[in-house]
Design a protein around this ligand. Structure first.
Ligand code: GCB
Length: 597
């Protein structure tokens, strides 16, 4: 249902909200129950949780909650189930069910009837379920969650049958393939005529902010509308009572600025929409936050509100002990405290869209986001994959289009862009991204050399991942400066576009010291970073180099391989969010850069 809106559920004078977060009954479904959407068949099939408590918290990934490797390594379907009561006062309203994300796909039943299905993790979905509900009584919700990745899923994966007969999920990316209902679940109401979607774009004219708006309404089209823009002090600063599509001017506007580029970063207004009936009674009301800012880019620069952006940041993961990728608010706030402490102004949502609650903080704290779809390590291009890939972009843009923090779309991470077939494929993907949004640049994060690539001509900004002196040339820090500088120059010279380093990093075991520096020690990570800093300082003088992002913000869990000791350890912070020596070192650089620019 990608042609309708996916506004975040909020209480207003016309809308109510109930959370379905909490403990759900959980069971594994045997892999060979192939007809997995057959509700009765799966209900009847035997479950296999052994010693575990058959309850699962929502939101959370299910994999690391259990003591049982069968849960952690499960392939195929699981079921989540719970009962809930819908207040009788909700009868006659539209009642909606909304999931922030289910990894990887879901089929949802309410009182035994299929009501929703969705494929692609990390993206919200929902729909109206009014006609399936019992009001003032118990209702049952059962969600079948499937984690299988194939050649046409985003991201791709493969099923392998081991000699033992067990089926195993294999995937080309290194982060653990967590699954489950990993973001909040809401029930909410709207009136029968309701605000379905709001799209806002802003430009600046001197000291005036211009808000271009489009409001989509479903239901009775004879209602009129009132739009009010409200500032952070709660004052109405502009109104429009005529139309659902138009422009509003905000005089003496407060712009949205990134952290450490302005003394009041992350300034947001409310865009209030009210639908009114003939007697001016408010039928529906929704407040959408937004910021006023203007992005522009050319062959050498990327600007916000007319000022050059220099990105100081990292790639990250949604990842922590026990919860996996499950939304956890203490962790979210801890992470933003660390981001501000270290002086970063940006991160990439590597390698999938992050929770809306996480994105809200980027908007309010002024942290810029490179917003990435789940297309990581794409190896085989096909029409089926292309369709899903485009859908992931459609759903991401629909969700995040109003966020001032989102400054760029990333259409993929490290795809095989050295194959000639990548040319048609990425032309299609990028054309699609540009048809959805012309106000933000689009990138693909590449790890091939400029001369081997077939994607760069379609992109606005060139992003490169480099691991010189890590995956090859261990300890040879002297090769970093010449190789990074030459690599970036080759990208710029081939396409005449701004260049950004989106990854470089070295695995580091906290507390392991070695003088002189030896691979995996804290000293090694610092010397490795120093070598890259020298290259970046040289590139900054070229005039087209727009930023540096280290891999990774924090250590994270991976699949089991000898390459990873307890996971990927390239974090500046441990998985528990404590600093390594590198975090202190990076803090000096990022604050120095922030003060220079
Ligand atoms: C990469 C990938 C990232 C990995 C990283 C690494 O190039 O984009 O997902 O985690 O390298 O540490 O190998």
């Amino acid at each position: 249902q990608t042609n309708s809106g996916i506004l975040y559920p909020k209480v207003s004078s016309t809308r109510e909200l109930l959370s379905l977060d909490g403990l759900w009954r959980f069971s594994l479904v045997q892999y060979n129950d192939s007809n997995w959407t057959a509700y009765s068949l799966i209900k009847a099939s035997k479950t296999d949780n052994d010693v575990d408590v058959e309850l699962m918290p929502v939101p959370a990934s299910y994999n690391d909650i259990s003591t049982n490797p069968k849960v952690r390594d499960h392939v195929g379907n699981v079921t989540y189930e719970r009962n809930f009561i819908v207040p009788g006062t909700w009868e006659g309203k539209r009642v909606w069910l909304r999931f922030g994300s289910v990894c990887y796909s879901a089929v949802v039943y309410v009182n035994g009837e299929p009501v929703l299905s969705h494929e692609i993790g990390h993206l919200p979905f929902g729909g109206e379920i009014s006609s399936f509900l019992n009001f003032d009584e118990e209702n049952n919700i059962t969600v079948f969650v499937n984690n299988i990745l194939t050649n046409t899923t985003v991201p791709q994966g493969d099923l392998a049958e081991l000699v033992s007969g067990r089926v195993k999920q294999e995937y080309p990316f290194d982060f653990f393939n967590y699954a489950g209902i990993d973001r909040p679940v809401f029930l909410y109401t709207t009136p029968s005529t309701y605000i379905d979607d709001i799209t806002l774009n802003t430009t600046i004219d001197g000291t005036t902010g211009i808000v271009n708006f489009q409001v989509a309404v479903e239901g009775n089209s004879s209602y009129t509308s009132r739009i009010t823009i409200i500032d952070q002090e709660g004052r109405g600063v502009a109104t429009n009572e005529k139309t659902l599509n138009g422009k509003i001017a905000i005089p003496d506007v407060n712009l949205w600025w990134p952290y450490l580029m302005h003394d009041n970063p992350g300034y947001q207004y409310k865009f209030r929409v009210e639908l009114l009936d003939d007697s001016s009674k408010v039928i529906d009301k929704y407040d959408q936050l937004f910021g006023v800012r203007e992005l522009s880019w050319d062959n050498t620069t990327f600007k916000i509100n007319g000022k050059n952006i220099y990105i100081r940041g990292f790639g990250r993961h949604e990842d922590s002990d026990i919860r996996g990728k499950g939304l956890d608010l203490p962790l979210v706030i801890r992470d933003y405290n660390l981001i501000k402490w270290i002086g970063a102004n940006c991160y990439r949502t590597s390698h999938y869209p992050y929770a809306e609650e996480i994105m809200d903080l980027a908007d309010s704290e002024g942290i810029m986001i490179i917003d990435e779809v789940p297309a990581v390590d794409t190896n085989y291009f096909s029409d089926g994959l292309l369709e899903n890939h485009k859908t992931s972009l459609t759903e991401l843009v629909r969700r995040d289009k109003n966020r001032p923090s989102v400054i760029m779309w990333s259409a993929a991470n490290e795809p095989s862009t050295a194959q000639p077939s990548a040319s048609d494929y990425y032309k299609d993907v990028i054309t699609h991204a540009k048809s959805l949004d012309q106000t933000r640049p689009v990138t693909v994060v590449n790890n091939v050399e400029a001369e081997d690539d077939y994607s760069g001509e379609f992109l606005d900004i060139l992003s490169m991942n480099r691991y010189d002196a890590w995956y090859d040339h261990g300890g040879d820090f002297d090769i970093v400066l010449p190789k990074i500088v030459a690599g970036a120059q080759a990208w710029h010279e081939r396409h005449n576009k701004p260049v950004l380093v989106t990854e470089y990093g070295a695995d580091t075991l906290e507390g392991y010291h070695s003088l002189p520096a030896f691979i995996w020690s804290e000293e090694y990570q610092n010397e490795y970073m120093s070598a890259y800093f020298q290259a970046f300082d040289k590139l900054r003088k070229e005039g087209w180099f727009i930023g540096e992002m280290i891999w990774n913000f924090a250590d994270f869990k991976t699949s089991q391989t000898y390459m990873r000791v307890g996971g990927n350890k390239k974090g500046l912070f441990t998985r528990q969010r404590q600093p390594k020596a590198s975090a202190h070192f990076m803090r000096k650089r990022y604050w120095t850069l922030a003060n220079l620019l």
